[in-house]
Design a binder for this molecule. Structure first.
Ligand code: 13P
Ligand code: SF4
Length: 349
């Protein structure tokens, strides 16, 4: 576990992290990507961290892969690549750098390690978990197999390496329907997200049976809340993530992965939009889309928010926390992740 006071005093000794208006102004090219959502005062505080991280990244031959739920200072300030879980997994197979700093949650860092056993994969806070990944173990997968003999197991990437290793193939919110439909069997087991599974079942030809995990961020939204918004703002476009309940998805104008959501908003540019997903999503795209007014019924992912500029700098400084996956588990898990990537590419996803 990170000792925050120790981290802070060690960083203060080594780097000049005092707020600086002068430095902030000299980094206006970066600030201009987030100036609608970050005040100049905050930018003067963040700029020294952003400068130190970007310098250290080069010195350590590191690349930062960041999820769409990172805060704007991380998303726009220090990331080399941003995306949804599928894009991050694919990118992890392509990077040249020896070190990957995963700005996202632990299962994402594990996926990068599974795909790159010879590289160093760092996560700035190893306590950045996920309620879905915590909801099932490899024994749970075995239970499902015993209950539905012969049915293939499609596991969401929001799972541990052990669960992936016990699965036939992985999926993400960007490809779940197509992966399930590509299975030969009539019945398909999906783990661990019950709502993603039900949303897939509504669009798939297959009988989908599922584990009863859920995302603590997306399960909070209700269809009643969305109807209330629509009553108040009849023109609003409601865009949801498929980890929401089927009732919520039924109320939405579009449902997709985090990058699917960004793509839809860019394509349609609605005057008013409500993103039924994690808080940072709308902030991250606010500058690119000044014509869109976002309503933020903000549910924050406490795990994603464990990743901060300060912890990224510390991670690069100390080369900690290194993500380690047992080699035998990683080899089996890699099969499930690579099957997903290959099938997604074949299907043009
Ligand atoms: P995406 O794959 O859509 O980015 O979703 C990941 C996630 O954790 C959403 O809660
Ligand atoms: Fe997990 Fe939900 Fe957080 Fe995504 S938003 S990382 S699914 S807890």
């Amino acid at each position: 576990m990170l000792d925050i006071p120790v981290m802070r005093s060690a960083l203060a000794e080594k780097y000049d992290l005092a707020p600086s208006t002068q430095l902030a102004e000299s980094m206006n090219d970066i600030y201009s990507r987030m100036d609608r959502v970050i005040s100049p005062v905050d930018w003067a505080i963040y700029a020294p961290y952003v400068a130190a991280i970007n310098k250290l990244k080069k010195e350590k031959d590191a690349v930062i892969l960041a999820h769409n739920y990172m805060t704007p200072d991380i998303y726009h300030g220090v990331s080399d690549f941003v995306g949804d879980s599928l894009q991050l997994a694919i990118k992890a197979t392509e990077v040249q750098e020896q070190v990957i700093v995963q700005c996202g949650v632990h299962f994402m860092a594990e996926t990068s390690k599974i795909l790159n056993p010879a590289k160093t994969v760092l996560i700035p806070d190893s306590e950045a978990g996920c309620s879905l990944a915590e909801s099932i173990t490899a024994e749970g997968v075995a239970e499902m197999r015993a209950k539905y003999p012969g049915a293939p197991v499609v596991s969401y990437v929001n799972t541990t390496a052990e669960v992936k290793a016990a699965s036939d193939i992985c999926c993400t919110s960007a490809n779940a329907v197509q992966i399930v439909d590509a299975m030969e069997s009539d019945t398909v087991i999906m783990t661990p997200d019950q709502y993603l599974a039900q949303n897939v079942a509504n669009l798939s030809k297959k009988k989908v049976v599922f584990w009863e995990g859920s995302c603590i961020v997306h399960e909070l939204y209700t269809a009643d809340d969305l109807r209330a918004y629509r009553e108040y703002e009849p023109d609003i476009k409601i865009i949801a993530h498929p980890e929401c309940t089927p009732d919520v998805v039924a109320e939405a104008d579009f449902t997709g992965s985090t990058s699917g959501i960004v793509g839809w908003i860019h394509e349609h540019k609605p005057q008013k939009a409500m993103l039924v997903t994690e808080c940072s999503m709308a902030s991250n795209i606010a500058d690119e889309l000044p014509e869109v007014e976002f309503s933020k019924p903000c549910n924050m992912c406490p795990y994603m928010k464990k990743i901060t500029l300060e912890k990224i700098l510390w991670s690069l400084h100390t080369m900690q926390e290194e993500v380690v996956v047992d080699l035998e588990v990683a080899a089996k898990a890699r099969l499930a992740v690579e099957r997903m990537i290959d099938l997604s590419k074949k299907l043009g996803l």
